[in-house]
Design a protein around this ligand. Sequence first.
Ligand code: ADP
Length: 153
Amino acid sequence: MKKALFPGSFDPFTRGHADIVQRGLRLFDHITIAIGVNEQKKGWLPVEERLRALRQLYRDEPRIAVEAYNGLTVDYARQQGIGFILRGLRTHKDFEYELGMADVNRQLDGDIETVVLFSESDLANISSSVVRELANFGHDIRQWLPEGLCYNI
Ligand code: ADP
C-alpha cells in the first residue's frame, strides 16, 4: 500500500490544502494529514481544535487519517511506515523552501521521497496566514475553508 504523509501547520486548513489531499489520493492509497506541533510556537488554533475539526471533516474517508506529531517529519514518517512526504507548491515563492526541505529530508532519510503537487491556479493565493488575518479582523473565513470544515474559533 502506497502511503503518504502530508505534514504542515494547517493553522487553519484551507481549500488549497484540501485540494492537495484530494489530488494526492490519485497517487496514494492512504494519506496521513500530520499537524506538526512546535512547543515553542503556540499557533493560532489549538492543536486539539485543528485535530478535532479535520477528523470530523474526513470522518467518512477511510483513506485519510489526521494526526499530530512532534519532532522531525522524516522520523515521524519512518515510525509510521510511510515512504512519501506530500507537499503543495503555490508559486515560485514556495519553491526554494520546499526544495530546501526536500533536500534536508532526503539527507536525513534517503528512503523517504518528497512528492510535490502544484496548486490549482485559483487556489494558489490562499494561505493560512491570510485567512488568520482575515479572521482576526472579524471577517467570515468560510469561503477559504473546505466545505464542511468548521472550527470553534
Ligand atoms: P508549513 O508550515 O509546513 O508550510 P502549511 O500548513 O502552511 O505548513 O502548508 C502545508 C503544505 O501545504 C505546504 O507544502 C504548503 O506549500 C502547502 N500549501 C499551503 N497552502 C496551499 C494552497 N493554497 N494550495 C496548495 N498547497 C498549499
